[in-house]
Design a protein around this ligand. Sequence first.
Ligand code: ZN
Ligand code: MN
Length: 477
Amino acid sequence: MPDYEVVIGLETHIQLNTNSKIFCGCSANSWEDEPNTNICPVCSGLPGVLPVLNKAAVEKAVLLAFAMKSNIRKESFFDRKNYFYPDLPKGYQITQYDKAVGSGGYLDLPMDGYTRRVTIEKLHLEEDAGKTKHNGGDWMVDFNRCGVPLVEMVTAPDLRSADEAAEYLIRLRQLLRWLDISEANMEKAHLRADANVSIRLKGETHLNTKTEIKNLNSIEAVRAAINVEVKRQIKEVEAGRKIKAWTLDWDEDTQSLKKMRSKETEADYRYFKEPDLMRIDLTDEWREKILKDFPELPLERLKRIEEQYNIPYHHADFVTQDKAFSDFFIKAANLYKKDSKKVSNWMLNSVKGLLNIDDKKIEDLYLTAEYLVDIINLLDEGVLHSTSAKALLFSVEMEEKPPLVIVQEKGLAQVSDEATLMEIAKTIIADNPDQVKKFRDGKESLIGWFVGQIMSKTRGKANPELAKKALLEELKE
Ligand code: ZN
Ligand code: MN
């Protein structure tokens, strides 16, 4: 079989996390609301009303455009995209067409051993439509989502595998949360992706007919659906058939694609400038204000952390999963100064464990970077062993007290629980085979000497009774 190359472009719709909708005062978040309870005359398209632009939506779109290295237009316009569909009460969608807020741009994806540059073909603001659904024999419509602010962002056909497509969405999601412009939760449709997929023989440069996959609401679904579709297309071509420009619907339950419709021609949306809205005039002052505190971006920070702190790529990737998490790492690594990998290791294991307990974010933790470093220092000094250091980290979070306070209040003997003493006992036993032999041969008075070793290792802070118990247990074999 000849070698095929997969060509993928992704069309994404990103829900901006503004308080209100893009052209009216209704809440932009109606996830838990009953159908048609979060609507007003503007977003439900009643005649005689006028849209008023939500500035926050523009600002968030500008942040995204800047992060994607797009050209940000000083003047951009809204247009009407006309089509007739039950979820669109006005009969048109207010969107941006040829003079959108951004033009061009790219995202560089760090893949295994190479970088994939994905160029951006479209980046514009628009309003969301409503939602239709079948209910028994009825066809229902919910307008709650009408007028929710979206950025539509479309990539060029630059992606070459399902993994690259998944990586694009992972990095986009990370970026959106990093900039705090979208919750980017795919399950809640904050981030929606359609994939355009075609194949060609390796080395060819033209684009073959593509199919469009819809209803992908997780990154795993994107990966799975593309793989299924690529297999189908190869099979078709190998059998001498032509790929038709279908729109396909991903069925999560059966992990298969169903044909929704065939798409012969582009619909004519009869775009024209929206007469009810002024152009967006992004003055230099406004632009400056929006971009004033623009952060170091996730992939730039990942690279810097990997190099500057000399930690493995997967550690750097892990600690830059979100901005607050990476701020925590940087603070801790700067305080600790020594081996930053120790810090990233603690974050990868124990701190992550704390977050998993009840799905917390790092900024919600009582544990701070300072406290983490205190604990690592106690471990370095031999005051604590790893098991009790981990227990201390847990106590800090549960009792909401600084580590040194807990150590002081309880005395280290209590902090150094039996497991820790056991560990110390094991090392001492391993390090002193002669004394162990004597003890086992009957010189039981040596136990005092062993306890002395534990006391000196813990600087006198171990509980001697517990130390003795741990030693006897270990010496017994
Ligand atoms: Zn409204
Ligand atoms: Mn759109």
